[in-house]
Design a binder for this molecule. Structure first.
Ligand SMILES: *Cc1c(COP(=O)(O)O)cnc(C)c1O
Length: 386
């Protein structure tokens, strides 16, 4: 197995990070559970020449996954952390200091917003918000150290013009941080589009099976040293078992994503025709406000979509939500199974107007016809309670 820089993403997903020669020919890097690593003699211990020297500072399990993610992201260095939210916090903390200003997108994942407003503020870092589709020029300050983006935005999927944003941010001396969880490294090449630190909630599509929590941050050349240093000094790592599972998920990510996207499109088109639905939010739909930008910069879509119901009573909404055969009611997304959740959309500079309840669907790998039938029965339940 030799991976090459010019391999296509589907090939990289299969071959990057493999270490078969170091593991008796085994295809997969085994799970390494390690704290202590032994040295053969004092000289080796003190000369820092041994490849692995302490559990927290890297094992073959972490290196395999980091190398695979880094190859797909087209970055210089990837680090692993215990959750996606921690990846957002770590990327921010790696570049910000007291007296700095963070410019944050208004459509950010809400826990990231809470981290900034509640915790970052205690360390003398000011956060202000910008509309996801605005020119950031007027929002930059003389002390803006970083601009954080997330595209498409959480719950509402606004698509941002990342190259334009990165150009303005860099001209002002600010770093560009992006939560790239929606696209995974396969659908949006964050670093090639000007992002300095690309963040993944590995928990979602990379893990892909609803059974692990992990985050990853990939830096470009200019930010690699800073990221590696902050990650190391703050003692971040992840479990070997979870690294194994994440890498196993990554190997099938391209085929899973294509199927998730195909089903999400079928559900979107079907929902658009329903009389109970006001609108469907999915940038892959040709009439979505973000479609042109999405088409320009992204290589595909995932299994997410949101839709707004026409206003109904709480009882009718509960009748719709309770009783699905295939859609689970639960947080997160990116697993093989379909989910539906009510969305409570929090914005501070771009009020999101909706008359009825907004619901978010993660289209899983079930048969699309079965999922549509499940929704059809749910609309019948809703109708009976109206
Ligand atoms: C879920 C999610 C996160 C957080 O990931 P966890 O692993 O649950 O902490 C961060 N960003 C986005 C966009 C997410 O959807």
């Amino acid at each position: 197995m030799t991976d090459r820089d010019d391999d296509k993403p589907d090939t990289k997903a299969v071959s990057a990070g493999r270490m078969s020669k170091a593991h008796f020919g085994m295809v997969n890097t085994p799970v390494y559970r390690a704290s202590t690593v032994l040295f053969p003699d004092l000289h080796t211990m003190e000369s820092h020449t041994q490849e692995y020297h302490y559990g927290r500072r890297g094992t073959p399990s972490s290196r395999s996954l980091e190398e695979a993610l880094c190859a797909l992201e087209g970055g210089a260095r990837t680090v692993l952390v215990p959750s996606g939210l921690n990846a957002c916090a770590t990327a921010i903390l790696a570049v910000m200091g007291a007296g700095d200003h963070l410019l944050m997108v208004d459509s950010v994942y809400e826990p990231t917003r809470i981290f900034c407003d509640r915790e970052l503020s205690r360390f003398g870092v000011e956060t202000t918000y910008y509309p996801p589709t605005a020119d950031i020029g007027p929002y930059l300050k003389s002390n803006t150290k970083a601009v954080f983006c997330e595209s498409p935005g959480s719950l509402t999927f606004e698509v941002q013009d990342i190259p334009a944003l990165a150009q303005k941010a860099h001209a002002a001396g600010a770093s560009v941080l992006m939560d790239n969880t929606w696209a995974t490294p396969l659908l949006f090449a964050a670093i090639a589009h000007g992002v300095d630190l690309s963040i993944q909630a590995v928990t979602k599509y990379i893990g892909g099976h609803a059974d692990l929590m992990m985050g990853a941050i990939t830096a470009n050349e200019s930010h690699a040293k800073r990221l590696e240093q902050f990650h190391g000094t703050s003692g971040l790592f992840s479990s070997g078992d979870d690294m194994f599972l994440a890498l196993r998920g990554l190997r099938t990510l391209p085929v899973r994503l294509r199927r998730h996207a195909e089903t999400a499109m079928r559900l979107s088109l079907w929902l658009k025709e329903r009389p109970e639905v006001t609108r469907v939010l999915n940038p892959a739909l040709p009439d979505d406000p973000g479609h042109a930008l999405w088409k320009r910069d992204f290589k595909g879509a995932n299994g997410l979509l949101s839709f707004e119901l026409k206003p109904v009573s709480k009882t009718a909404l509960a009748a719709f939500m309770d009783g699905f055969s295939h859609f689970g009611l639960g947080w997160s997304w990116g697993g093989f199974e379909s989910l539906i959740v009510p969305s409570h959309i929090k914005r501070t500079v771009t009020p999101f107007r909706a008359e009825g309840q907004v619901l978010r669907i993660q289209a899983g790998l079930e048969d699309a016809g079965d999922l549509i039938a499940d929704l059809e029965i749910a609309f019948e339940r809703l109708e009976q309670k109206k």
